[in-house]
Design a protein around this ligand. Structure first.
Ligand SMILES: Cc1cc2nc3c(=O)[nH]c(=O)nc-3n(C[C@H](O)[C@H](O)[C@H](O)COP(=O)(O)OP(=O)(O)OC[C@H]3O[C@@H](n4cnc5c(N)ncnc54)[C@H](O)[C@@H]3O)c2cc1C
Length: 403
């Protein structure tokens, strides 16, 4: 029996859209289900897209600002500038336009999108699955060979098939403002227990005189405090209050950031990608680049498996195991180094790290090895080459072994 579609992708976000494009370009018949009436809403992102993720999709017309570096502030004000004027580090995009463009690419390659549609049940058949879809309030049934969950942090697919949980769930909060005066082409980061326990706050230029001010942390580290109160502590902080004195909010939102790949990203005829699989980076919270890479690195064997209808968990695991285990390992190592150098440090310890980061030799090391996409080599280089960090090397080794 020929199913209605080869693949049903749940979620027309950026990662689902990318998967649809790569599959449809290779002749796979794809249906995307999007629960909202519009792609790219609600908007929950700082909008940073690394050059490699941008190159993967092309979408340069969605860029609002280009950023050459970050001015990173320690809890007591030590400044660590990372980047070089005129050397692009990252883009800031309009996420709505970016998401719509990525999904549109999938449609141009042949994928079909159903808006206002979400799965309510899936039954396994000998040769595929039947998905019961709520489309505009009416139930429809579609058959397919494979279902891909690209349905974000609270993934229905992940919960329905009991595929585990991401290792960490960070909470992000962001306010879009006017009236901030930042340095052209640079973003800023602020740290400290009051502002963003274990993590950092950001101020990102987002075009037309607006800025995105946000922060992230975990429920355990917030220890009962609301993330909104951290934002208040940032804008009223004695060291920084002047900078925020003229801001006017124009929008605000709060959203989850899942990081740490779930234990079972595949089951019989099911696969998870993007936030649904817990792919955001533990160091920056960026989920677009890893999500794109996660599907790109398995696409050719996956297409073959779909064409041959060989989609058992065992076969999907054999396709995904090597590249995805490498991604999982990289996430675990990055998290271990992040905890050691930042997240598990009280402010006095973080201040002493910042003083070391700010040393000209360390800064030149950070600028030569530092790559937002590959934080592990930078962490290792710091531990190896900065005398003040050598004392941490043994602890780092133990944590990396256990990660
Ligand atoms: C505050 C904050 C700031 C961030 N900043 C950045 C950043 O600067 N750079 C970066 O790379 N990442 C950032 N992220 C993370 C980034 O937003 C996500 O990693 C990224 O959106 C993941 O894409 P996705 O397609 O996997 O999931 P999503 O973008 O969540 O898309 C999932 C899609 O599935 C749909 N959906 C959900 N459930 C269903 C269902 N049951 N049926 C049908 N459709 C469904 C949703 O409506 C949505 O369209 C940030 C996150 C937060 C919270």
């Amino acid at each position: 029996m020929n199913p209605d579609y080869d693949v049903v992708i749940v979620g027309a976000g950026p990662v689902g859209g990318r998967a649809a494009t790569l599959l449809a370009e290779r002749g796979i018949r794809v249906l995307m289900l999007e629960e909202h009436g519009e792609v790219g809403r609600p908007f929950q992102c700082a909008g940073l897209v690394t050059p490699s993720a941008m190159d993967a999709v092309g979408g340069h017309h969605t860029v609002l600002e280009e950023v050459d570096g970050a001015l990173i502030h320690g809890p007591s004000g030590t400044l660590v500038p990372v980047g070089t004027d005129g050397v692009l580090r990252t883009y800031v995009v309009c996420r709505k336009r970016f998401d719509q463009y990525v999904v549109q690419q999938g449609m141009e390659a042949g994928a079909i999108v159903w808006l206002n549609s979400k799965p309510v049940d899936v039954t396994e058949q000998p040769q595929g699955v039947t998905v019961t879809v709520d489309k505009n309030g009416e139930q429809r049934q579609v058959s397919a060979r494979l279902i891909i969950g690209a349905d974000g942090a609270h993934s229905w697919t992940r919960r329905h098939f009991r595929m585990g949980r991401p290792k960490e769930l960070m909470i992000g909060y962001q306010v879009e403002v006017t009236g901030y005066e930042g340095r052209d082409r640079w973003l800023e980061m602020y740290s400290g227990e009051e502002i963003a326990p274990g993590f950092f706050a950001w101020v990102i230029p987002s075009g037309f005189g607006t800025y995105r001010i946000g922060l992230w942390s975990t429920a355990e580290r917030l220890n009962g405090r609301s993330i909104r109160s951290c934002y208040q502590d940032l804008i009223q902080h004695p060291l920084w209050a002047d900078r925020f004195s003229k801001i006017s909010p124009v929008a605000e939102f709060c959203g989850p950031i899942p990081s740490g790949m779930v234990k079972m990203p595949v089951r019989d005829r099911v696969m998870l990608i993007g936030d649904a699989a817990g792919m955001a980076k533990p160091t920056t919270g960026g989920g677009l680049g890893p999500g794109f890479h996660q599907i790109q690195c398995v696409i050719d064997p996956l297409v073959q498996a779909i064409q041959n209808n060989e989609l058992t968990a065992k076969h999907l695991r054999s396709i995904t195991k090597k590249p995805w285990e490498a991604m999982r390992k990289e996430q675990d190592r990055a998290r271990a180094l992040r905890n050691l150098l930042v997240s598990d440090c009280i402010d006095s310890k973080l201040d002493s790290h910042f003083k070391n980061f700010a040393h000209p030799d360390t800064l030149s090391l950070i600028n030569s090895v530092g790559d937002i996409e590959k934080p592990v080599p930078l962490g290792m280089a710091l531990l190896k080459n900065v005398p003040a960090f050598r004392g941490l090397a043994v602890r780092a080794g133990v944590r990396l072994l256990l990660s």
